[in-house]
Design a protein around this ligand. Structure first.
Ligand code: NAP
Length: 340
């Protein structure tokens, strides 16, 4: 084991947020690097992901949920999220090499001591970090395994400029969708979605009824709905569903990013007659829980798909707390990734 790295910096929850999470709720602490056990790698992190789910996990009543790969946090706990780093020390016979890139779940710190069983070796040579850390994987699994997109489908993606949404629209198109509609909060993001992500139409939340906007954008009906938001957007998609429509529910941002306080409870009023009469399928789905074994398929597929990896890059651990706040407030686009 390399003994030269003795100290590291990590971001911890300092105090539970009251409403939206703020940088003052987090602290950056310099601490001793934990002693590496016989099966541990020491990894110098180079990139890590910032997920809005961290806001939910920073609630006093947060609980670990199967299928959500984030620990519930209490003040003093280090944050965690997907990371890619370079191995600086590894046990002999571990199958890993010093200098190799690995992905693992201990971001939000500059060095990680992590069990080899939680690490995945990445390809040699240049990599696209967003392909491994981003939620293109989630969108791909949802659209190829959660439900299936068919040629000619009209697809609606809620939070279409977000980490999952910015990839879901592009992936749906490459899987055969003929019309792709997304939702977002601002005209600037809407222009970016049509210009860079290939959306045909964009719906703006808080600018009139979603149901009216969706009916106008999808006059023939919505065949596939990829839902990150819940609430009014799920209710509107139910109204606009075509015969045999398929909905894949991935998240409920209305609850998770509720300014009054993050919650895992996301009630919505649905017209169940519409679901029955139109033979609509709704599937709640977690890519990591339901089809983790398909991750290598995603890596191979995305290499040929020519996707635009929409990414808001942030430099330095010291800027990560602000980036989490900005991500939750909707100021950023696509995957939010910190480079170290
Ligand atoms: N099932 C799975 O496998 C899986 C995996 C990962 C994550 N998730 C879940 O999927 C959802 C989306 O995750 P993500 O990482 O892609 O997040 P995201 O869409 O990037 O979330 C941030 C965006 O949410 C939007 N937003 C903010 N406040 C909102 C509100 N009150 N109502 C509606 N939208 C709001 C903003 O976008 P605009 O400004 O564009 O509106 C903001 O930029 C989350 O609920 C997450 O927990 C599921």
């Amino acid at each position: 084991m390399d003994r030269t790295v003795k100290r590291c910096r990590e971001v911890r929850l300092h105090a539970y947020p009251d409403g939206m999470i703020q940088p003052r709720n987090l602290s950056i602490v310099e601490t001793a690097l934990p002693e590496a056990g016989p099966n541990d790698l020491v990894v110098r992190n180079r990139w890590f992901r910032i997920s809005i789910s961290t806001r939910l996990m920073a609630n006093p009543d947060a609980q670990a949920v199967e299928g959500i790969p984030f620990p519930a946090l209490k003040p003093g706990d280090a944050l965690a999220d997907g990371a890619i780093g370079e191995v600086v020390a590894c046990p002999t016979g571990s199958g890993f090499e010093i200098g190799a890139l690995v992905s693992h779940p201990l971001g939000w710190r500059d060095y990680a001591v992590v069990d080899a069983g939680r690490c995945m070796a990445l390809d040699r040579g240049p990599i696209e970090p967003a392909a491994y850390l981003g939620h293109g994987w989630t969108a791909y699994a949802a659209l190829t395994r959660g439900i299936r997109v068919r040629t000619g489908d009209t697809v609606f993606v809620s939070s279409g400029a977000g980490a999952i949404g910015s990839m879901a629209g592009q992936i749906a198109r490459r899987l055969g969708a003929s019309r792709v509609i997304g939702s977002t909060s601002s005209q600037a993001k809407a222009d970016w979605m049509t210009g860079d992500l290939g959306y045909d139409a964009v719906i703006l939340r808080d600018r009139g009824l979603i149901a009216d906007q969706l009916r106008a954008a999808a006059p023939e009906g919505v065949d596939v709905f990829v839902d990150m938001v819940g609430g009014e957007q799920l209710a509107a998609a139910t109204q606009a569903a075509s015969e045999g429509a398929r909905f894949v529910l991935l998240g409920a941002l209305t609850a998770e990013l509720n300014v009054a306080g993050a919650s895992i409870v996301a009630p919505v009023q649905l017209d169940s007659f519409q679901l029955i009469l139109k033979d609509v399928t709704l599937r709640g789905y977690s890519a990591d829980r339901d089809h983790a074994e398909a991750f290598p398929d995603w890596i191979a597929w995305q290499r040929k798909a020519g996707l635009h990896f929409a990414c808001s890059k942030v430099a330095g651990l010291e800027n990560a707390p602000r980036a989490l706040r900005d991500a939750c407030e909707g100021r950023l686009k696509g995957l939010v990734m910190v480079e170290l």
